[in-house]
Write a protein that binds this ligand. Structure first.
Ligand SMILES: Cc1cc2nc3c(=O)[nH]c(=O)nc-3n(C[C@H](O)[C@H](O)[C@H](O)COP(=O)(O)OP(=O)(O)OC[C@H]3O[C@@H](n4cnc5c(N)ncnc54)[C@H](O)[C@@H]3O)c2cc1C
Ligand SMILES: *[C@@H]1O[C@H](CO)[C@@H](O)[C@H](O)[C@H]1NC(C)=O
Ligand SMILES: *[C@@H]1O[C@H](CO)[C@@H](O)[C@H](O)[C@H]1NC(C)=O
Ligand SMILES: *[C@@H]1O[C@H](CO)[C@@H](O)[C@H](O)[C@H]1NC(C)=O
Ligand SMILES: *[C@@H]1O[C@H](CO)[C@@H](O)[C@H](O)[C@H]1NC(C)=O
Length: 278
């Protein structure tokens, strides 16, 4: 008897919690948008970058950079709002209003996260998609580049190659991977044996913290600057841009592929390769 009443109490409790969370999330959505328009000093510019499920382009904006198609399914939890800022200053109101309304923020650069962490969540959330923040400025004389977090690796390689045949950057091999997620998580590719990880070649960064402050290396301090070079950007804020140190590469590079099975001494070949790869 006692057990039954306990479990029915638990059931009622669960029901209450469940229905509350639904009620909250539909309110949050409107309150969030209202907050956003109050916080933004340019209303016309905000309306061009805000997507809710009511906008006809919502699904195509959400889907376009999803790499793990498992999370493109109808049953994957979807954002209440997607924001595609065209300027850094449009991100601060999103952070403020998401906090005000108890919503989580997912930051997406290239969308290549294997677990879909940049575009899905079990609690009400908003996506800040950096697809429009992908400027790349290469300084050949100083051998550096500033790149916005939404830039893709292929775009970075292309912009460097446009200006120099003897500079490169040691990052991943997949051209559509985004700089935001890739470099904040380490980033390895064909140049790793000579130059290490992409994160090893970051010399400055711009990040927005949880209080909406825009910080660079000197104002964020060396601890945070260390953490965002391998610890994953989303744990610490929104990475806006990286300053990269470019590396020297030969003017001509030969690329070839050889297929060998274990029976054909593949083990020996891989062993030898490690001594010449760099
Ligand atoms: C096809 C494919 C090929 C790959 N090839 C390589 C490779 O050659 N070498 C290699 O090292 N890795 C490779 N990866 C892994 C890839 O580097 C990671 O998945 C990386 O996190 C993707 O970054 P993204 O910006 O594209 O992803 P996203 O999905 O946008 O983000 C990944 C994570 O970083 C967070 N994040 C993204 N942008 C920001 C930001 N601006 N500020 C704060 N947090 C942010 C997201 O919230 C999420 O948690 C590959 C992945 C795929 C799918
Ligand atoms: C507001 O944003 C629009 C669209 O991005 C832009 O054309 C306009 O110049 C902006 N106005 C101000 C005052 O910044
Ligand atoms: C989405 O719909 C709202 C409401 O109709 C509109 O104000 C907004 O401009 C739309 N967003 C985009 C990016 O077109
Ligand atoms: C996006 O993905 C959804 C599933 O979540 C699917 O139903 C829809 O057809 C896709 N839309 C576009 C425009 O790709
Ligand atoms: C594999 O390597 C061994 C020792 O280096 C050599 O004797 C042998 O001929 C090789 N086999 C093949 C199939 O190349």
């Amino acid at each position: 008897m006692k057990t039954t009443s306990n479990s029915s109490l638990l059931f009622i409790l669960l029901l209450v919690i469940f229905s509350c969370s639904w009620a909250v999330s539909s309110h949050e959505h409107d309150d969030f948008l209202q907050c956003l328009s109050l916080q933004s000093n340019n209303h016309s510019s905000i309306s061009n970058i805000v997507y809710t499920p009511k906008n006809s382009s919502y699904l195509s904006i959400l889907n376009f950079s999803i790499q793990n198609l498992r999370f493109e399914s109808v049953s994957t939890p979807k954002p209440l709002v997607i924001i595609t800022p065209v300027h850094e200053s449009q991100i601060q109101p999103v952070i403020y209003c998401a906090k005000e309304n108890g919503m989580q923020i997912r930051v997406r650069s290239g969308g290549h996260d294997y677990e879909g962490l940049s575009y899905t969540s079990q609690v009400p959330f908003v996506i800040i998609d950096l697809v429009n923040l992908r400027e790349i400025k290469v300084d050949v004389d100083k051998k550096t580049a500033w790149i916005q977090a939404g830039a893709r690796l292929g775009e970075l390689y292309y912009r460097i190659a446009e200006k120099s045949r003897t500079l490169g950057f040691p990052a991943g091999v997949c051209p559509t991977v985004g700089a935001g997620g890739h470099i904040s998580g380490g980033g390895y590719g064909a140049l790793i044996r000579k130059y290490g990880l992409a994160a090893d070649h970051v010399i400055d960064a711009r990040i927005i913290d949880v209080n909406g402050r825009i910080l660079d290396r000197s104002s964020m301090g060396e601890d945070l600057f260390w953490a965002i070079r391998g610890g994953g950007g989303a744990s610490f804020g929104v990475i806006l841009a990286w300053k990269l140190e470019l590396v020297d590469v030969p003017e001509k590079v030969t690329v070839f592929a050889i297929a060998r099975t274990l029976e054909q001494n593949a083990t020996n070949i891989v062993h030898r390769w490690q001594y010449v790869a760099n």
